[in-house]
Structure formats: structure tokens, C-alpha cells
Design a protein around this ligand. Structure first.
Ligand code: 5AD
Ligand code: SF4
Length: 412
């Protein structure tokens, strides 16, 4: 439509505020941040403010936002991306929410923040209905994009210089269930595309993650040796209440198989603490599972009640304070495991795709290893500029490990 990205929010004539609904604090922050936009509207009477996303796909929240902040022009749901240009042209106002399961148009132009990295959606929606999760309600039923469209997008970005891709979906292992394709076939098709590049994907669901998929990763050259496999809890009783569809034993077997097959595998997970009905014995099973599997890292969350989900109706006897104590215990355990996991790389050489200046120190360069770890490193040729290395692969000898990254030196 001819719009361009403003260099500063104060110079913008259109602000689109995209929201998340997964946990309550994202919800609370939206109300705080949107309130702060009011004075911008007072300064620029042509300014249009649009709130979009998962939070506003919930009609009651959308209506409440519009009522609380009358200066908002338009509140739209998750799938109005298709009609955004028409809504802008018609100067639409109010609340416009469609069916969360609508098809997303294939021909929407994209602008990426990085020349070298691209996220590619491969499927939308989720049919799993984990009892704590709002996603199936706000993103609709699972639907997969055609493999040919995904491959074309990836090849086009490769031609433009992109070398690191992230395939996205709520449950990528379900890719293809609605259109006769399969995730491991998709990875195989991508792996044979010419050129050197690296492909990450998330998120996998343990109940749909097959040994065939693990074998595909093990036999590939371009698929990242990283599996993000959210376990959520180590207790079978809680996994059942969460409707996760696997047991602790099945999860462990899958991870052990993946570790055996995929050399250099990095295994990460998500964990929820304080699910309604969880007791200390259940929590201890989660800790024991972490000690056994030694995740490279874990995203940990305190359970957040999402109105409309099944778990929101479950009795919950544990206080927030107690959940906070368990949460800190979990962080301590994972922090030691994660530190030890990263230290194991010291002295080893890893292949890194370099995509930007260093995160820990701007004299260094930064990129991702072939198992998706952040690596900051010094150039071998001190005479050449950092920029000459960005967008290329390098071999890096790891010299030390921070909490969140490996540090090393390029070797030629
Ligand atoms: N409360 C806390 N964590 C949640 N997640 C999803 N829903 C909730 C909730 N209601 C976490 C899960 C999921 C990650 C993306 O967010 O761990 O894997
Ligand atoms: Fe939510 Fe993921 Fe479960 Fe789907 S699979 S309901 S997105 S936690």
C-alpha cells in the first residue's frame, strides 16, 4: 500500500500493536502499554492505532480494550492480516474479529528484520487442547501450508542471501495432517536443496514426534541438531490432567532415542510449575526428569489461569507464594544443568552461521551453531571488517561458556 516503517514511534501515522494471550502477564502488559499511547494521539490527530493478535481474538477482551481506551481506532483478531489493507482503505473503526481458523493468504508481501535469517510459517492453529492453553481457541484448527509454497519461499530467501531459517507452527509435527503432506518428508525435501544453510523448527509436540522424524534429522546435513520438545511436567498424573497425550516414560524413551541417533543433539524444553492439583511429589518428579535428561536449557513458567480453558475450572490449592518457591527451586536445578551442558563445548570446534555483531561484545561476531546454540566469536583475520563475515559460515573453537552463549575464536 506504499506504507513504510517509521524510524521512531513518535513519527508514525499508524501503530499496530500485536498481542499475545498465552499467559496473564502478557495480557496485563497490553493494557499498560496501550494506555501509554493516548498522549501520542493527542499530539498527532492523524495517528491511527490498531490492536491485533491472540488477545484481541477473544471478543470480550477486544470489547473491553476498545471501551477502556476509546482512542483506539480498530481492534482486529488473529486473521485480519488478509483484510488489513481493505480495513485501512475503508478507514474502518471498532472491533473486527473473524473465524480464528480462516486461511491465511499466501501472497502477503513480507519485510524481514534480518537479511540473513527468516522465519517461515508452515502451519497455523492447534487441535491439541492442552487443558491450560488458550492457543486452540485463538488460532483455530490446524491447517498446513502447501510444501511447494514453503519450499519456494525458502529458496527465494536463500537467493536473497538468507542462510538461517526457522520453520514455525504450534505443533510442527502435525504438519501435513490436513493436506496429505508430512513433516519429515518436508524436512527431507528441504535438506536436498542446493547450498549451505541451516533450518531450525519449533515447536514439536512429544505425542506427534516420531522416530522417523528423529532419523530424518540424524541423516540430514541442513536440519539443525536441536530438538525443542516441551515436556511441561514429569508427573504422569499431571500430564494426564494437562491432556498432553504421552507419559513420562514415553517422553524419556523418545529423548534417549534422539540423543543416541542425533550426534551433538541439543535438547530443550518447556515446563509449567503449579498446574492446578500439582503437589510437591509431582513437582519432584519434574525435577528428577530434568536431572535425568539434562536439558541444555528450559523455558519455565508458573501456571497462568486462562479463562475459557478447561484447567481454569480445576481446583487449585497451592498458594502463589508456594508456587514461587517451587519455581525458584526449578530454576536453580536447571541453571546448574545448563551451565554444565555448555561447558562441555569448551575446546571443541563448532560450525557457526554468523548473522550479526556480537551480543556479549561488539568487537565479536555472533551466530548460531549447527545445534542452535548462540556463539560469539573473534575473527581469525583481524584486518577484515566484521561486516565481511556476516552472512557467512565459520568454524569456531570454543574457549569459554557464558550462561546463554558460547564464546570462541574463528579458525581458518
Ligand atoms: N500457563 C503457563 N504457561 C503456559 N504455556 C502455555 N499456556 C500456559 C499457561 N496457561 C507455556 C507452555 C508452552 C509455552 C509456549 O507456554 O509451557 O509450551
Ligand atoms: Fe497449546 Fe502447544 Fe498444547 Fe497446542 S500443543 S494446546 S499450542 S501447549
Amino acid at each position: 500500500m506504499g506504507y513504510i516503517i517509521a524510524d521512531d514511534i513518535d513519527n508514525a501515522d499508524l501503530i499496530i500493536f500485536n498481542t499475545c494471550a498465552v499467559r496473564e502477564n502478557a495480557h496485563d502488559r497490553v493494557f499498560g502499554n496501550v494506555g501509554a499511547l493516548k498522549h501520542k494521539k493527542a499530539k498527532n490527530k492523524d495517528l491511527k492505532i490498531i490492536i491485533s493478535g491472540c488477545l484481541t481474538q477473544q471478543r470480550d477482551v477486544a470489547e473491553k480494550l476498545k471501551k477502556t481506551f476509546p482512542f483506539i481506532d480498530l481492534v482486529i483478531g488473529t486473521n485480519q492480516l488478509n483484510s488489513l489493507s481493505a480495513l485501512l482503505e475503508q478507514n474502518s473503526r471498532g472491533v473486527v474479529i473473524g473465524d480464528a481458523g480462516e486461511e491465511i493468504a499466501e501472497d502477503i508481501p513480507t519485510i524481514r528484520d534480518s537479511k540473513y535469517k527468516a522465519n517461515i510459517s508452515i502451519m497455523y492453529g492447534c487441535d491439541n487442547y492442552c487443558t491450560y492453553c488458550i492457543v486452540p481457541y485463538v488460532r483455530g484448527r490446524e491447517r498446513s501450508r502447501p510444501a511447494s509454497a514453503i519450499i519456494k519461499e525458502l529458496k527465494d530467501f536463500y537467493s536473497d542471501g538468507c542462510r538461517e531459517f526457522l520453520l514455525l507452527g504450534q505443533n510442527v509435527n502435525s504438519y501435513g495432517k490436513t493436506n496429505g503432506e508430512s513433516f519429515s518428508e518436508l524436512l527431507k525435501m528441504i535438506d536436498v536443496i542446493d547450498g549451505e544453510f541451516i533450518v531450525n523448527f519449533m515447536t514439536s509436540h512429544p505425542k506427534d514426534c516420531t522416530k522417523e522424524l528423529i532419523d530424518t534429522i540424524a541423516n540430514s546435513t541442513k536440519i539443525s541438531r536441536h530438538l525443542h520438545l516441551p515436556v511441561q511436567s514429569g508427573s504422569n498424573r499431571i500430564l494426564k490432567l494437562m491432556n498432553r497425550g504421552y507419559t513420562r516414560e514415553q517422553y524419556i524413551e523418545l529423548c534417549e532415542y534422539a540423543k543416541e541417533q542425533i550426534s551433538g543433539l541439543s535438547l530443550t524444553t518447556d515446563i509449567i510449575v503449579g498446574f492446578p492439583g500439582e503437589e510437591y511429589d509431582d513437582f519432584k518428579e519434574t525435577l528428577a526428569l530434568m536431572e535425568q535428561l539434562k536439558f541444555d536449557s528450559a523455558y519455565t513458567f508458573i501456571y497462568s489461569k486462562r479463562p475459557g480453558t478447561k484447567a481454569a475450572t480445576f481446583p487449585d490449592y497451592i498458594s502463589d507464594e508456594q508456587k514461587g518457591i517451587w519455581f525458584r527451586e526449578l530454576l536453580d536445578v536447571q541453571s546448574k544443568i545448563g551451565d554444565a551442558a555448555l561447558k562441555k563445548y569448551i575446546g571443541k570446534t563448532v560450525r557457526v552461521f554468523c548473522s550479526e555483531n556480537g551480543r556479549s561484545n561488539s568487537n565479536l561476531l555472533s551466530g548460531k551453531s549447527s545445534n542452535n546454540l548462540i556463539v560469539d566469536f573473534a575473527r581469525a583475520d583481524k584486518a577484515c571488517a566484521n561486516e565481511e563475515k556476516i552472512g557467512k559460515f565459520a568454524n569456531v573453537k570454543v574457549t569459554s561458556a557464558l550462561k546463554w552463549a558460547l564464546i570462541g575464536e574463528e579458525i581458518l
